[in-house]
Design a protein around this ligand. Structure first.
Ligand code: SDX
Length: 426
């Protein structure tokens, strides 16, 4: 613990208050203000938590100015190009990359949990055909708690990993089933001879008793996309998971909360919004008009897939996806018109003072949607893909929170701006 402090002076009273500086392994120093109210009688204010560290974490490190992202000390470009999504999920959960044998054992662990209770199918039946898969997925994950009552003691490491494997294994099945129901198609059960990613594509696109050809490049592209989404420090949905977990809520409730938070179009729903926006813009000739709308302070229109709270330089995940797009454009004949519109937006925005001055660069969602579309994944399933990728990260963060000795329930205060006491006197 350093004896370095930050001193705050209240210039109304010249009273000085010292607060300790906490030094990280990497990144910005942190001022511990947990005694601020007790010492000063004042709250701090930080809309959107732009300058607030909510926890200690050893899982993911982001350097927004350098465009750097690491999971457990491994750079994202190493994991996305040299490892698989399941290597990464294992790394996030266990802190170390798996050996070949451990990875095989982990794959088997997930496969045997990939089926869901047949009673869950009645839940899918209850939804109208046009129900958004994210609504079904968050309900489905909550519903798991009514079918699987064991391994809920998250204070036990073994139980926590059992729960983690169960949720990671079942979410792709719930996701694929929800899509098949929405299309009135028969569900395709997990095939235990297939790998994690191949199985998901098979459950999404296959037909009973009919083998479908999945190109290795399709499986590799989706595997990479899931790896790139696996965790991302204390983003909005991870914060939601941690807040709900701090109340000691049910493990399934924590992950379901993360799904609902991710659904927002400012967050994980952006990949679907990007493709809808590209389709709406439609042609390269229309791009300038929409760039003007995005810059107009009186127009709520925003360029989806641009900007990031942390990355004020390029999003390293976007760079990796951009390279994949190039590789795939021939193999998977990516939609050339959509690509041309996206390219034009990028070209203009990256040289326009409005975007440059605000450090608005393309983020992961600007590129992922076009690739997912080429993998024949429907737009309404894009955020679901994000959930499948992010689940190991959410669970790792939640286990980390539970392993901290003094879990405090998340309960911020406020700057009250309402009416003074105006209760009529008796
Ligand atoms: C994800 O946090 C994470 O790590 C998230 C994520 C993860 O892996 O978990 O990385 C995944 O959510 C990526 C982001 C996906 N969302 C989008 O692409 C939606 C479009 N982007 C914006 O909504 C916005 O950029 C955010 C939400 C991503 C970031 O918002 P901030 O940090 O709160 O920034 P801000 O809204 O305060 O904007 C600062 C300025 C404002 O202009 P001024 O008021 O200074 O004049 O930039 C402008 C904004 O109007 N601005 C945009 C813009 N994004 C910000 N203007 C036009 N188009 C945009 N996309």
């Amino acid at each position: 613990m350093s004896n370095k402090t930050v001193t705050v002076i209240d210039n109304r009273t010249n009273q000085k208050y010292d607060f300790p500086i906490l030094e990280p392994t990497m990144g910005a120093d942190v001022v511990d203000i947990s005694t601020f109210y007790q010492k000063t009688g004042m709250f701090t204010f930080d809309r959107g938590f732009t300058s607030t560290a909510s926890c200690r974490s050893a899982i993911t490190y982001i350097d927004g100015s350098k465009g750097k992202l690491m999971y457990r000390g491994y750079d994202i470009s190493y994991l996305a190009t040299k490892k698989t999504f399941l290597d990464t999920a294992y790394l996030l959960l266990n802190g170390e990359l798996p050996s070949k044998e451990r990875l095989e054992a982990y794959c088997k662990e997930l496969k045997k949990r990939s089926f869901i209770h047949e009673g869950m199918k009645k839940l899918f039946d209850a939804f109208p055909d046009n129900a958004h898969p994210m609504a079904i997925l968050s309900a489905g994950v909550s519903a798991l708690s009514t079918f699987y009552f064991d391994h809920l003691d998250m204070d036990s490491p073994d139980e926590a990993l059992e729960m983690a494997n169960r949720i990671i294994a079942k979410i792709p099945t719930i996701a694929a089933f929800s899509y098949r129901y929405s299309q009135g198609l028969p569900v395709i059960y997990p095939d235990l001879n297939k790998g994690f990613v191949e199985n998901f594509l098979y459950m999404l696109r296959g037909y009973p008793h009919h083998y479908i050809e999945l190109k290795p490049i399709e499986i590799k592209a989706l595997d990479t996309i899931l790896t790139l989404h696996a965790d991302h420090e204390q983003n909005a949905s991870t914060t939601a998971v941690r807040v709900v977990a701090s109340t000691r809520a049910h493990p399934y409730a924590c992950i379901s909360s993360g799904i609902n938070a991710l659904w927002g179009r400012a967050h994980g729903g952006a990949n679907e919004s990007v493709v809808r926006q590209l389709e709406m813009i439609g042609r390269v000739e229309n791009v300038e008009k929409y760039i003007a709308k995005a810059k107009d302070p009186n127009d709520p229109f925003r360029l989806m897939g641009f900007g990031h709270r942390v990355y004020k330089n390029f999003d390293p995940r976007a760079t990796i996806l951009k390279n994949i797009q190039k590789e795939l454009s021939e193999e998977l004949n990516l939609d050339s018109e959509l690509m041309a519109v996206a390219k034009k937006i990028e070209e203009i925005a990256l040289n326009d003072e409005y975007f440059v001055s605000r450090k608005l660069y393309p983020n992961i969602d600007f590129y992922s949607g076009i690739i997912l579309r080429a993998l024949k994944i429907p737009k309404e399933m894009f955020a679901v893909i994000f959930v499948i990728g992010r689940t190991p990260g959410w669970i790792s963060q939640w286990i980390e929170l539970r392993n901290q000795d003094n879990i405090k329930i998340a309960r911020p205060r406020q700057l009250y701006i309402g009416p003074k006491d105006r209760t009529p006197k008796e």
